[in-house]
Design a protein around this ligand. Sequence first.
Ligand code: ABC
Ligand code: CA
Length: 495
Amino acid sequence: ASAEDWATRSIYQLLTDRFATSDDSSTPCDTSLHTYCGGSWAGITHHLGYIQDMGFDAVWISPVVKNVDGTAYGDGYHGYWSADMDALSSHFGPAADLKNLSDALHARGMYLMLDVVVNHMASPPNNTNPSVSNPFGIDFSALSPFRKQADFHKQCFIQDFTNQTEVEQCWLGDAKLPLADVNTEDAGVVAALCENIKGLVKTYGVDGVRIDTVKHVRRDFWAGYRACAGVFTLGEVETDDPAYAVRYLGPLDAVLDYPAFYNLTRAFSSTSGDLSRFASVPALPALASSSSPSLSPASASTSASAASSSASPAPLLLTAAFLENHDQPRFPSLTADGALRKNAMVWPFVGDGIPTLYYGQEQGYEGGGDPANREALWLSGYATNKPGVALVTTLNKVRKHAMKANPEFVVTPKWGRCHLIPVLPPTSSPIALLALVFLHRPASFPFPGSFAPFPPLALALPPSLTVPSLLGSLDQPIRRSHPYALQAAPPHPLH
Ligand code: ABC
Ligand code: CA
């Protein structure tokens, strides 16, 4: 599926090991043990109704390939420690179960998103001798398809995350578990990675890929890799700097909106959070289309791709918007304030990005940082009477309805959130503001002309979803020391 196909979707992100067991047994799961809890691909298949009933039409599963286990940091239950990129992990069921999951998703009109790691492979150290070329005595021959030391960069750990060469060519991990950094400058390695992703996409009917550690591989690698995948590509670029993240838009179809995540968290995790800063972060696709030629998508890709031809229309650039994921403390671990929690959950569903919900959010899970944020979902009994379930179901419903009424709803690259929130009345709670932005979003917003009245988006809401009923169900009084003291936004430098 293409970026156009994904633009209207809502993604449910899960860790296969933690979502559902094959036989629905309620196995205990102590996240602090860093080991397998028993979730499987068949388990996911059995619980697709739970996901679809909330309005999600895409599922992002954790990496599927064979990992290393028994390391100083535990087992590869999360999937990010590849040992063999061409073999499936044996922990989540046979290959047929993954194929079944894919078929079951497609039968429901849903998409499968696979998580893949290109940047590194994991290999436990055998010894430490800093003076030799292989300082941790890594047995490269135990890895596959890259089996020799020359397939990896020379060992050094990333120390300075502001040094891009170091970020790309030194290693993640540490002496207890070095993540051997794949030599993505080598033509043979590049070709093998291409075959690998082609094979996975074809064999398992994959509709899109989430790509790990994108900023740790040279940027001009990605356009070629995207072409090999042949489906929608969503990159993980962990940064709070929009100008940095946007460099990977174009080479890839989309990036996870980490800059918005950081600002969303900062805005809503306390009653004195910085809403202005949140409001002024530019939408990444808007930033991409207005940035300098050297950063534009067309010149970003050196290898041939249809998207970079100057004759073809500008490619659709997207983000995936999220409040939680498997690397960050769950939002409710940051604040006990129910209104703040609810408000923060709204944002990913009302912006331009593809809403992406991390499993367990709907159940109100409260785990802190990795590994506490990786609780087993079966311990919730998949309850559907939780407030979080009702909230995301409503948000997905309204979003779908708005898109149907006005297809331009999903792609409004000329104006981002930066123009909207600050111009709304400062009296409502953020959740109401966001809902208003959402419901009243016109096809072309008259910025910087007059802000009022807001021309309502031409959409006929079903009787059960009137604006008052929506606000009634979403709105909650919220305690803030300085209630939304938003100034008129300074003109954004890009406009
Ligand atoms: C395990 C243990 C941990 C232990 C660790 C050493 O080993 O569980 O308790 O502390 C996988 C597993 C993890 C595992 C790691 C390492 O592997 O899931 O459980 O941790 O073995 C991706 C995945 C992630 C995955 C990996 C590795 C990569 O989503 O699940 O982890 O395959 C960096 C990478 C990013 C990566 C992330 C974990 O680390 O860039 O791709 N995620 C700064 C840097 C970022 C960096 C981040 C965290 O720190 O710039 O590049 O992410 O180290 C903002 C700034 C940001 C800044 C943040 C902290 O602050 O703008 O730039 O990020 O303001
Ligand atoms: Ca690298």
